[in-house]
Write a protein of this length. Sequence first.
Length: 317
Amino acid sequence: MNFVGIDVAKDSMEVMVHESSKRWNFMNDESGLHKLIAKMKRLSPCLIVLEATGGYENTVATGLQCKGFSVAVINPRQIRDFARSIGTLAKTDILDARVIANFAAKIQPPPRILPTEEAKRLGAILMRRRQVVTLLTAEKNRLLQANPAVRERVKKHVTWLKQELSDISKELKQMVQDDPEWKEKDKIIQSVPGVGPILSVTLLADFPELGTLNRKQIAALGGVAPFNRDSGKMRGKRTIWGGRGVVRTATYMAAFAAIRCNPLLTSFFNRLVAAGKPRKVALVACMRKLLCILNAMLKNRTRWACYSPQLVGPCYC
């Protein structure tokens, strides 16, 4: 059984096979990817692990997965912690590739569902929307105290950013409508009171696992699962940690709206607050419940029902 670790940089890829002298270096371009795939076809590895490197690994991972290889993309923090645990403190590209291959063999992480090219395009446009929103907020704040000499320029930029935000939102909506699978999922997701188009598009682009995992896995992957901090007699405070930040942020805003207009989450939130839970803790619990509901709905291909008091509770969670 061959386990392969690949350290991907901006210009090159360092490839290492676990417990083997086989090692290759390829350029991180189309030609290098073809050479890598040819080597992997002859090697037939059972698992290929890459370290996430700010997007440089996306083309490599997608290319390998399209050729039928089992590919896992791992958070760099996990690789670094693993390296320290085995006493590898030095860091070079070759050492990193060897550590990643060792990680693949010892841990054997499950292959991750990688987004399609269309999902990547959707995610890129969604990221640009977040950037425009940040710029628009900053310019509006500057406008409040802008010197008269530059106030008109700032106003023009605010107007342009608003138009750009509108155009991006229309493009995102059109992309979802043009894809039958996304269109169906979008209708299911937005049928939940409190869930709008931004959370729906975020889940479609950045959370392809939704609807395929159980509720505990979805909560952990979405970054809303509370983790224990206990040792001996000490009982630490449970906190959420890890997961996908963009999903957690979008879910926070949706849950904030849902506790006002969704009867199920409103009663759930009020019950937790009445039991003495801090409001922020109750809101995070609503985020987790909302993700679990959406996960079950997509798994069963079922839209939100008009709940009666007798039905609230066991339907989706």
